[in-house]
Design a protein. Structure first.
Length: 464
């Protein structure tokens, strides 16, 4: 299928406008060798490059002139849709007004305003915000804050972190240490953080395949924390870090009661609970944060991606006021916390963030995600009888279709499906192993949901 000029729906205003005409295929002619691409099969990509040259609302324009439906919000981040005018305008104004301001010992109004705006939408009690530039940095910041907090509280022996198998917390040494993706750790195993233990993954295909929303079985996976506590002593543990819904390892929705159990165990032993909400933040589940959706409030929340609608890199770590106050109060030095980035609270990122939060509010996009969630669930689960499908998972506007691996080669069928979606069906999906993951912009409509599912089905019917 190849599209030319056509009409597409724009943001929640639902006006219609023509997309930019396709570019001539020759319009983009770039040398490919110098760039070492991240998390990419470089040789495979460079043999048949998939180049995006423009975007608007729900679609990318490719270098060969096609309009590709974006079923992953870029990379789980463009929650309000692409190139939205209020964000573009804010960024353009900001870059022409205050290009950069030092973040150390100096400030600028926008970063304070954005921190306040975030505090206003976070769960009650989490109202102190530290800025960084990515999810990975937000996670490393959270881990450092946890250690600083326990030193400030006079419990410096609390140095152990508990992460989870199949957890993804970015690629800093802190993040890969608490993360549980074997391939992300393999080459660096000799130098990971020393005091880390992992909970088991909650993924349980045998009992929970094709669950709609939260799976029924598996709250007891949280009891592994009790075992770790019994083993090392609760007073040695600084923090437990989990994604409320694990995204990057294939959309693993927490079993009913699981997060509640983790919270209760942390409370019983005074352990900080960190939710990594880099994917689940900003409306993905129909509430501002997963903490509000699940009604389980952690002590620290990390965020990135949707904070600026993906426009400008930014991360943030929000903490309970008591955590912040303990670190600030305990310090006898001028600087209370020896941590920060040149671009913490960069003025342009802050402008993008403020415009993004306003756009989410103006268009009611989180509510929109909540009301579309049942439509999304029905559409996705209709793929149950498609070839190769062994599980379907969903919550809010996120979902996954897991395929049976091709004999002996984990990931081959998944990659084939993702590449064919792009070339043959003008559809951008994400693949992890043999799982196709979906997290469309929250401006998606029912027609586009149906298009995603129809296109995926056609690919599954074609591939070996
Ligand atoms: C839960 C989670 N944490 C951290 C990260 C890392 O974010 P970044 O790639 O911005 O460093 C990601 C990225 O996908 C993520 O999903």
């Amino acid at each position: 299928m190849r599209h030319g000029l056509r009409l597409v729906a724009t943001g929640a205003g639902r006006t219609f406008e023509a997309m930019a005409p396709p570019l001539a295929p020759a319009a983009v002619d770039v040398p490919l060798d110098a760039l070492w691409m991240p998390f990419t099969a470089n040789k495979h990509f460079k043999a048949e490059p998939r180049l995006l040259v423009a975007a608007r609302d729900m679609h990318y324009t490719t270098a060969d002139g096609r309009h590709v439906l974006d079923a992953v919000a870029g990379l789980w981040c463009v929650n309000a849709g692409h190139c939205r005018a209020p964000i573009v305008d804010a960024v353009q104004r900001a870059v022409a007004t205050l290009d950069f301001a030092p973040a150390f010992q100096m400030g600028h109004p926008q970063s304070f305003k954005l921190a306040s705006a975030l505090a206003g939408m976070l769960p009650d009690g989490l109202d102190r915000v530290f800025f960084s530039n990515s999810g990975s940095e937000a996670v490393d910041t959270a881990l450092k804050i946890a250690l600083a907090y326990w030193r400030a509280r006079g419990e410096p022996e609390r140095t152990l972190f508990v992460g989870r198998q199949r957890g993804y917390h970015g690629v800093g040494f802190g993040g890969i240490s608490v993360g549980g993706m074997p391939l992300n750790r393999e080459a660096f195993a000799a130098q990971l953080l020393p005091h880390v233990q992992h909970l088991p993954s909650t993924h349980d295909l045998a009992r929970n395949a094709f669950s709609r929303g939260q799976p029924v079985h598996g709250a007891e996976f949280a009891d592994a924390l009790e075992t770790i506590i019994a083993d090392v002593g609760g007073a040695r543990i600084a923090a437990v870090i989990v994604e409320p819904v694990a995204g990057s390892t294939g959309v693993l929705v927490p079993p009913v009661g699981y997060l509640e159990r983790l919270r209760a165990l942390c409370d019983a032993h005074g352990i900080l609970l960190i939710f990594d909400e880099v994917i689940t933040g900003f409306g993905r589940l129909g509430a501002p944060f997963a903490a509000q959706h699940f009604k389980v409030v952690p002590d620290i929340i990390t965020m990135a991606k949707g904070i600026t609608n993906g426009t400008i890199p930014m991360g943030a770590t929000a903490v309970r006021r008591a955590v912040h106050d303990a670190v600030i109060a305990a310090s006898e030095r001028g600087i209370e916390f020896f941590h920060g980035y040149t671009y913490s609270g960069h003025p342009i990122a802050c402008a993008a963030g403020l415009a993004t939060l306003q756009l989410y509010r103006d268009e009611g996009l989180f509510q929109r995600a909540a009301s579309l969630a049942p439509v999304w669930a029905n559409a996705l689960h209709a793929l149950r009888d498609a070839p190769h499908v062994i599980d379907i998972r969903n919550l809010g506007l996120v979902g996954a279709v897991e395929l049976a691996p091709r004999d002996g080669t984990v990931g081959a069928r998944g990659l084939d499906a993702m590449v064919r979606c792009y070339w043959e069906e003008d559809l951008l999906v994400r693949v992890t192993g043999d799982t196709l993951a979906f997290s469309p912009p929250l401006i998606i409509d029912e027609t586009e949901i149906a298009q995603i599912v129809a296109r995926v089905r056609r690919v599954l019917e074609r591939i070996a």
